[in-house]
Write a protein of this length. Structure first.
Length: 280
């Protein structure tokens, strides 16, 4: 193992390509110093992941308190959590601790922290203004920020796979399609990776976290704006936008998965891939 200098760390642990611009240009140049520290300690990559989750959740709690000064500290903790989110993979690559369990732990953290700061955004704005629509929008944002259609799809696929030998499910229809070519439908909404517009990106992690950070700083400087005879902090307006757009978008995605039978297509894709791997 080479000496963990910054030069060697960058050569060994950096991804060959970082698709996230914010990570590539802002966070990676910072997190390498955290990685430099962690690789000199007994701290494991999974422990860095847990630290990231605790810090991120603490940031969401501070965002929910309803005081703009605490909200600033909260978004700073969220940003620190994202730095550690990038560092844990680098630590894993340096210490050769890469594992499926680590990926699982990392995704669990995302599924906790992202809804937490979405709800905290609306709850904190409600604490400041008392506007009930902001509280409702925070709840809707937290509910629909998770990719419900993808997670449900994968749960159904898992159920079909694990119950293949029971009489509860009829597989005749699916078996008849195993030797047919699968229709080429974009599987992006069903869990695949597809190109997204910049508008869609703003509603995904970490960009949603960055937009919230900007809104909190605007509240700190300008307090907010008056619409009609009601005062709205920028964070409350952002929460309302998130609640409306995420709800409409998620319901559209659920409809799309159902309309195009994407659950069935994903099951067939997985079975055909498994057959090919088994033959090879």
């Amino acid at each position: 193992m080479p000496h963990p200098s910054l030069k060697n760390l960058k050569r060994v642990v950096r991804k060959s390509y970082e698709p996230e611009p914010y990570a590539r240009y802002v966070v990676r140049p910072i997190c390498i110093y955290f990685t430099w520290f962690f690789v000199r300690t007994p701290i494991s990559a999974n422990q860095v992941t847990v630290m990231q989750e605790v810090i991120g959740f603490a940031g969401a709690v501070l965002l929910a308190l309803g005081h703009v000064e605490w909200a600033v500290v909260g978004v700073l903790l969220l940003q620190l959590g994202y730095i550690l989110d990038c560092s844990d993979g680098e630590v894993a690559r340096w210490k050769d601790q890469k594992s499926i369990d680590g990926v699982f732990l990392d995704l669990v953290g995302h599924m906790i922290i992202i809804p937490a700061y979405m709800f905290a955004l609306g709850f904190g704005a409600w604490m400041r203004t008392g506007h009930i629509e902001v509280l409702v929008s925070g709840f809707l944002s937290a509910l629909f920020v998770e990719r419900i259609e993808r997670d449900t799809l994968l749960n159904v696929v898992d159920t079909l796979a694990t119950n293949a030998g029971t009489e509860q499910y009829t597989f005749d229809h699916l078996r008849s399609k195993l030797d047919e070519p699968i229709e080429q439908i974009d599987m992006g909404s069903a869990g695949g990776v597809g190109r997204r517009s910049w508008i869609q990106v703003l509603f995904r992690y970490p960009d949603s976290m960055n937009v919230i950070t900007i809104a909190v700083l605007l509240d700190l400087i300008f307090q907010g704006i008056v619409l009609g005879n009601r005062f709205y902090p920028f964070t409350s307006l952002l929460s309302i936008i998130y609640g409306a757009v995420l709800t409409a978008g998620r319901l559209w995605q659920i409809r799309r998965v159902f309309r195009h039978s994407l659950t069935e297509l994903r099951f067939l894709q997985i079975v055909k891939l498994a057959r090919r791997i088994y033959r090879d």
